[in-house]
Write a protein that binds this ligand. Structure first.
Ligand code: AMP
Length: 290
């Protein structure tokens, strides 16, 4: 197992990619505090590409809450180890001034209506900030020749939909790949923020997955979804405060009309849930079809 090369500046990254001169490059942007959810993206990128580049950058622009930004876990040494285990070749780990060298951007990307729903409603500006940094990172890791692929987790389903639209609408020369959610044995979606939960909070947080499963099972059985039953499960968890639980169109993210009716589910949907456990905001989701 070889140690990944760490690049701190865009020049170092560019030189390292040019030196490797890969026929295909797989790029995985992350905010660090890596876990096996990230590991799964790295491994798939490893299988599909000659060169695997990841970035570790906690992007201030996508945090609407300064406390959340300050609390976000940072652990570069452990991250390098996990990346090495997964066969990553290059880690781009810039400081904020390297990314925003000319100050915060004046020219902005607007995520539009899809960026104002759900996570966007609860975290104003989050998706515009996310698109700003993903856009820059996609340019910085671009090998300019050969295949270029970028990998994103289905864990952040709304993010994947928005990045897909950005890449299509603005013709970014990159192939997007999305990777299924990795969960703990008990079902909790792995997240860097889980490190901030107590054991009792981690147990309580399992209600996110339980509520999704209840509705996904009904969808699979062509039953009415009656999502108020899922909402009811949250009322029995005093440590968990539900933000939203909804079923949406997976392409437009608009809420599906039959949610509250007594008609059986047919077609394609995406269950989305967000809740706060202690001080930590958690999200989860699952595609459904019947
Ligand atoms: P983050 O470091 O949280 O920005 O995540 C970096 C990438 O890893 C994003 O594309 C996430 O969707 C993905 N990711 C995070 N957690 C998981 C997980 N449990 N399963 C799959 N992908 C994940």
């Amino acid at each position: 197992m070889k140690t990944p090369k760490i690049c701190k500046t865009r020049q170092e990254l560019k030189a390292a990619i040019a030196e490797a001169n890969p026929g295909s490059l797989g790029f995985v942007p992350t905010m660090g505090a890596l876990h096996q959810g990230h590991g799964s993206l790295f491994r798939i990128a490893r299988e599909e590409n000659e060169l695997v580049v990841i970035s570790i950058f906690v992007n201030e622009l996508q945090f609407n809450d300064a406390g959340d930004y300050a609390r976000y876990p940072r652990q570069l040494e452990a991250d390098v180890q996990l990346a090495a285990d997964a066969g990553v070749d290059i880690i781009f780990a810039p400081e904020a001034q390297e990314i925003y060298h000319a100050g915060l951007p004046l020219i902005k990307l607007a995520s539009g209506r899809m960026g104002e729903l759900y996570e966007g409603a609860s975290r104003p500006g989050h998706f515009d900030g996310m698109l700003a940094v993903v856009s820059k990172l996609l340019h910085l890791a671009d090998p300019r020749q050969g295949q270029y692929r970028a990998y994103f987790g289905q864990k952040d389903a709304q993010q994947v939909v928005l990045i897909r639209r950005m890449v299509a609408d603005l013709d970014y020369p990159v192939e997007l790949r999305s990777v299924p959610i990795v969960r703990s044995e008990k079902g909790l979606a792995l997240s860097s923020r889980n490190a901030l939960l107590s054991e009792a909070e981690k147990d309580a947080a399992l209600v996110l997955h339980r509520s999704i499963q209840l509705i996904a099972d009904r969808a699979a059985n062509h039953e009415p979804l009656n999502i108020e039953d899922a909402v009811g499960l949250f009322q029995m968890e005093p440590l968990v405060e539900l933000d939203y639980f909804t079923v949406v169109d997976p392409n437009t993210l608009e809420e599906l009309a039959f949610n509250c009716q007594d008609t059986p589910f047919t077609g394609e949907g995406l269950i989305l849930v967000a809740a706060t456990v202690g001080k930590v905001r958690l999200i989860d989701n699952q595609p459904i079809s019947a």
